[in-house]
Ligand binder design. Sequence first.
Ligand code: NAD
Ligand code: UD1
Length: 338
Amino acid sequence: MRVLVTGGAGYIGSHTVVELLTHGHEVIIIDDLSNSKKEVLNRIQTITQKVPTFYQGQVQDEPFLTQIFTTHSIDAVIHFAGYKAVGESVEKPLKYFENNLLSTIVLLRVMEQFNVHKLVFSSSATVYGTPTKMPLTEEDPIGGTTNPYGATKFMNELIIKDYCVAHPEMAATMLRYFNPIGAHVSGLIGEDPQGIPNNLMPFITQVAIGKRPELNVFGNDYPTRDGTGIRDYIHVVDLALGHVASLETMQQNKGYVVFNLGTGKGTSVLELVAAFEQANGVKIPLRIQPRRSGDIAENYADCTKSKHELGWVATRSLIDACRDSWRWQSKNPKGYNQ
Ligand code: NAD
Ligand code: UD1
């Protein structure tokens, strides 16, 4: 397939581009580089020995997008492009609603114009809001999101769902990611957060490399086995392979469909730190801090549906992910800014 990948220079996008290319698909990337570096394209080429076509620009720039659909006969779109920082979304809600919603609306409009009927959308476990039971299945209620970023994911799902009602020819797959960590085994591509990382794994690797003195553990008084928050950490390469599986099963999975992409296993903050130390032989100093506002005690996926309908399961272990995150960070202490 010839696949348009929006946000393909980003963390999950770049890993997905690598897997698409190695599975024989052709890739066209659109990215405005607002949260990524052009260097990632050289790294993708080194890994795959293939050159993805790249356009720098915004998805919501309709003339720009139309030009790309005119130039390339596109079979399917994977839509990663969007802003994702929870804290910033609370401070600048309009920035998030504008970028994350307009990009989808314009994309759907241009896809309609060019009769492109296959879409994979990057959703998030954040759409489940504050869940009342674990593990989470795709049938569990969504909404009740606790920040504008989460609201944009929920609203995007609604927009795409209603679009599918009006366009029965569509195959639109919502992939609800749990917590992606890890990096490509080559250590050539990985997560490259700007400024202070919000998420746990990039913070751990920055402590390991000596960029930050210690890890702040946000709360040890949750009703969990060791009091720290539990999440479902999934290796980013497994996540990328979930996108390939989604595209390749779209013929069967017509209409609007939703899948959880996780491992089905919950890991606490202290367990992740211990796994990282064990995998890499590096000590992570930590300090217990108060809870972070908006956090929930635990969150992990039921992935039965993905297994049966996508034929996909996460196969990489937590230790693999810890080793790969560290390989990326230690080989690239300044990320792509070498
Ligand atoms: P990322 O920031 O690394 O990648 C997103 C890419 O999109 C960046 O390269 C950025 O420059 C680009 N971009 C942003 N807005 C754009 C626009 N309007 N037009 C063109 N390019 C634009 O983020 P990521 O971690 O790779 O996440 C990819 C997607 O998955 C996002 O939609 C994110 O919300 C979603 N997601 C991520 C996580 C996570 O933990 N990383 C979890 C759940 C869902
Ligand atoms: C966060 C977002 C979520 C988003 C996801 C992926 C919040 C409240 N939620 O999820 O909407 O979809 O990232 O980008 O921001 N932790 C620490 N110390 C740290 C960082 C995190 O103890 O320095 C703990 C957290 O309290 C949590 C766990 O580690 O228990 C995971 O945190 P994080 O990586 O930020 O992911 P989520 O909170 O699950």
